[in-house]
Design a protein. Sequence first.
Length: 597
Amino acid sequence: MEPQAPFTSSDDARTARPLRHLKSYELSAPLSLERGGELPEVTVAYETYGQLNAARDNAILICHALSGDSHVAAHDADDDPGWWDLVVGPGKAIDTDRYFVVCPNVLGGCRGTTGPNFPNPATGKPYGADFPLITVGDIVETQKQLVDHLGIDRLHAVIGGSLGGHMTLTWARRFPERVDNAVALATCARLNSQSLAFDVVGRNAILLDPNYRGGQYYQHDERPSVGLAIARMLGHITYLSREAMTDKFDPDRHSPRRLQTAFETHFSVGSYLAYQSDRFVERFDANSYLTLTMAMDLFDLGATTDAIAASLAPSTCRWLVLSFSSDWLFPPAESRAIVDALIALRRSVSYCEIQTKAGHDAFLLEDELDLYGEMIRAFLDVSPHDEIEHAAEPDSPSIFNHRVDYDSIVDLLEPDASVLDLGCGNGELLARLRARGHDPVQGIELSQRAVRSCLQRGLDVVRRDINDGLAPFADQQFDYVILSHTIQAMTNVQGLLRDMLRVGRRCIVSFPNIAFRKLREQLHHEGRAPRSSALTGPNWYETSSIRFLSLLDFEDYCRDQNIDIIDRVALDTEQNLRVDNDPNLNADVVVLVIAAH
């Protein structure tokens, strides 16, 4: 029966058909393994897309996840689809008209690279369960030797999700001199115990299948298909989210599809799992599943920020880390731990948690492609040293629209000062500061679209709610921390200001002054909520402000908290004038430089 919509998944493009564009490379020497022993012969299967340029500096290595392979994208209209056709190809986020893309099948896999289904030179029979224990480090070593063979000294980027993210992290720390940029999606520094438990159950399902035969099943007609299928069912459950499963299966919960399968299909979710697992068994090897899940489970960069930072300390590349809100296999908090470690190391890092219902598989699906795909494109294509002027998007959720205070902020900064901009919006101020020579400049922003705009300007930006504080940043890490036109939207004003004064040698705070003459008159004479060009939205119900304060209010706060006001600029933005006479009455926007006493 032809599958219908509820059967669709990230696996749909993958088949057991031969890969027509597959290439292979034989390692020139035995491969010594991290956990002991060696592989006397290793073949690496891979595919390439695009052309390596004369400078040999446009190469991108893509690392696939557990069940992937080298076929990341179709090579032409007659080719089978790849597992990441959404992202890789001419004009796509990873543009093969611009970049030379290399995707190898991993060591231990079953699609052309040496794995358990390969002949053991010592016996002439498939390795089976005798295939040695391998690590992500061993996988990366084979990739590194392939890159050497291709004559590539330095990769423009290494990109991977899930297990491929583990490889990306390993590349950056093992071979820092070979990687300019790293993109890690839906990954972690080590699996949490819940995720580990699913792999343990999956491996037990395979090992206890009567047809597993101690791993030597290749010469038999019957394979451990039931055990592998159950392992894959567990996997598919973890790749989806509760919301995605509800949307996918609840409408026809009691109307499952009819299938020729040995598995239960009383419910629609059961028919989906049966269909996907039966297809998976057709193309994947049970011993490879055991080998690769164990390699993933052994991967461990540390359980704390300090430990992760120590592991990633050798890295020197720029980083883009992306997580997905409904991913409970690799939860966003685990990506944030990587980002926090990189911040502590003062590396160039950008991060975004993409809001989605699609779960772990979101990085393989089109649901949020406009966000994650364009973030990858911008990160790869735009260097921090490029002169980029990117206009704000019409829907950019800046809290305030009229930003003449930026001129005053720029004038208050020393030309070479480092800057952290909180609530940086689409990056307009940071772009001006970078062009002026400030280095480093870093943004924090909550809006996903604004994060994308910052990346399109080549800026480092981290998606984070600043109400949660600035814990990843070290004391005095920046010369200036800026909070411009954002304090009114904060719920944790005191905690944030304390953190700002800790992280910055000095801080700059700007805000609309509610004591401005025009606003007083509106309330006194008209009895209406104050409105001006300095306030977002024309109506009270469209404003993001939850607090209204005056210049005198803020000065009183600084005096009470023993905070020094170093400098002050008062502005009438409607007249485009600097105000010196009674600024609390005559200025609609104020900018203050403050420091801990």
